[in-house]
Design a protein around this ligand. Structure first.
Ligand code: HEM
Length: 524
């Protein structure tokens, strides 16, 4: 609201009230017996104000607690590469060239609390809510294109290892690498994370990726496998550990501030959405499983095909109402988009709406930031903080069940042929067959520029230096399997010769690792 808006308000509209609409005549003093008290219990205005304040916080996200958000739009090209997009997906938001769909985006860091520094080494979340004509579609991704694990049952262990120690409340490299040495599928992600890619310079200059594999379904019910990628028009910029520490000494909100100020000054950040497409089968010709989210699909075989662009052009009016209460989930898809059998994706899909019913409340989907822009018409009723009925305008308000002949809601007609994949197999607990945990992490290591590789080794050594010798030795062996030079440089930095402690590294006198890659413990 600008100054003119304020002066144009009528006097009555500017009067302070309580939540019952009662005007507040004195907001400076509680009601007391005499000027020195005591206070009285019937003091409704005071009680409402203080008890509401006492409830101002909701639980923060169990992961991705620190974040910033913005509104904007997605504009489709109507094509995927050179082909009409309808060949692969019937999702309506993509079909007509130039069509715009409103979006809300939340960027985040993962491990630490809601006011932690934005310079910490961490993957960055990149969650987009598309308010489409067919209801909401959420694409909940990160900036690194891969993930640490490939089975959802391991997620709580992974996060516990990275979160602060339950006794000391300090993040500890010993606990992290104790877990990672048993989790070789994480090596590509670790290689990214400890390089400058683990500290993007800000939210505008980073990529995004859906990471997990989805499907597109066309009007005939035929499906292809899809991976989504956001490419920033602002370019990509990452920080060395030293650069990040210099920023952190002066400003621990730099990424939020950068995004807010860019939008406020009209420099709207923009990303191109690209997809990789693969036929919907197991691809035995590949030496990895296409549903393994610890792997990249090689872009030379599966090129990045542009499908549209996203522009962020409006800051939230209220951080809590919009950014904090925003709820994204991998289960939120529209017609023409589908799940693949990726087991991580399936595990995630349960987790998001489950945590949001607890974190925000059972009616979180009635909040304006989460509600679809089109109407929602369900027979779900009641529960904490219900403030409207999710009904269709012509619905008989007495009928909250289906089927009914008395004016209740009706089932929708499916807009295209159903995709009905045949799924067969024994019910088992097994890892996938083509694990190939080392080759692609080694490729990533070799593809880095020299300064990125140097920073990677420095950051790994700084954190591993605080770990027990058996963890250092095991991690060195794993890096050697990725690339002999990778292992050798980490071993040299740690003072290990042939995997054996040479005695010139002091691991005993540093009790905790501190923040990942921090230079506070020692120099490599
Ligand atoms: C947030 C679970 C893997 C990206 C969350 C939240 C949970 C969760 C419970 C908090 C949601 C909320 O409070 O609203 C899981 C589980 C995973 C998993 C169980 C694996 C089995 C991933 C992966 C990615 C990812 C692989 C990246 C592709 C995000 C993002 C957010 C988030 C971006 C923050 C969303 C926001 O800004 O509100 N996750 N996650 N997660 N997760 Fe995951």
């Amino acid at each position: 609201m600008n100054e003119n808006d304020i002066t144009s308000q009528s006097e009555e509209e500017m009067i302070l009230t309580n939540r019952q609409g009662h005007p507040i005549g004195n907001n400076q003093s509680m009601r007391t017996v005499g000027s020195r008290g005591p206070a009285t219990l019937e003091n409704y205005e005071f009680i409402e104000k203080i008890t509401h304040f006492d409830r101002e916080r909701i639980p923060e996200r169990v992961v991705h607690a620190r974040g910033a958000g913005a509104h904007g739009y997605f504009e489709t090209y109507g094509t995927v590469g050179d082909e009409p997009i309808g060949k692969y997906t019937r999702a309506r938001l993509f079909q007509e060239k130039g069509k715009q769909t409103p979006v809300f985006v939340r960027f985040s860091s993962v491990i630490h609390g809601s006011h932690s520094p934005e310079t910490l080494r961490d993957p960055r979340g990149f969650a987009v809510k598309f308010y489409t004509e067919d209801g909401n579609w959420d694409l909940v991704g990160n900036n690194l294109k891969v993930f640490f694990i490939r089975d959802a049952i391991k997620f709580p262990d992974l996060i516990h290892a990275f979160k602060p120690d339950p006794v000391t409340n300090i993040q500890d490299g010993e606990r992290i690498f104790d877990f990672i040495m048993h989790t070789p599928e994480a090596l590509m992600m670790i290689t990214f994370l400890f390089s400058p890619w683990g500290i993007p310079a800000n939210f505008r200059q980073m990529q995004g990726s859906g990471v997990n594999t989805y499907k597109w379904v066309n009007a005939q019910g035929e499906a292809v496998l899809i991976k989504y990628h956001w490419e920033p028009k602002q370019g990509i910029k990452n920080l060395t550990q030293k650069e990040a520490e210099d920023i952190q000494g002066k400003n621990f909100n730099h990424a939020t501030q950068d995004l807010y100020q860019a939008i406020e000054s009209g420099k709207f950040p923009e990303w191109e959405l690209c997809v990789q497409i693969m036929s919907d089968d197991e691809h035995p010709e590949l030496d990895f499983d296409p549903l393994d989210d610890t792997k990249l699909w090689p872009p030379d075989k599966f090129p990045f095909l542009p499908v549209g662009r996203m522009v962020l052009n409006r800051n939230p009016e209220n951080y809590f109402a919009e950014v904090e209460q925003a709820a994204f989930g991998t289960g939120v898809l529209v017609d023409g988009l589908d799940f693949s059998d990726d087991k991580m994706l399936q595990g995630r899909t349960l987790s998001y709406s489950d945590t949001q019913r607890y974190r925000v409340g059972p009616n979180y989907l009635q909040l304006p930031i989460n509600a679809p822009k089109k109407y929602a018409a369900t027979n779900q009723r009641d529960g904490q903080m219900t403030y409207r009925v999710d009904g269709a305008p012509g619905q008989n308000p007495h009928i909250n069940y289906e089927p009914s002949s008395l004016g209740g809601l009706k089932e929708a007609k499916k807009p295209g042929k159903e995709h009905t994949p045949l799924i067969e197999g024994n019910l088992v607990r097994q890892t996938i067959e083509r694990t190939n945990d080392f080759k692609y992490a080694g490729e990533r290591y070799r593809e880095f520029e020299d300064w990125e590789r140097d920073d990677l080794i420095l950051n790994l050594v700084n954190t591993l230096q605080t770990c027990s010798p058996h963890i250092q030795q095991k991690m060195t062996q794993l890096f050697t399997k990725c690339d002999p030079d990778y292992g050798k440089r980490v071993a040299e930095g740690l003072g290990l010769i042939d995997g054996i402690q040479s005695g010139n590294v002091n691991t005993a006198d540093t009790e905790f690792g501190g923040p990942l890659g921090s230079t506070q413990t020692s120099e490599a």
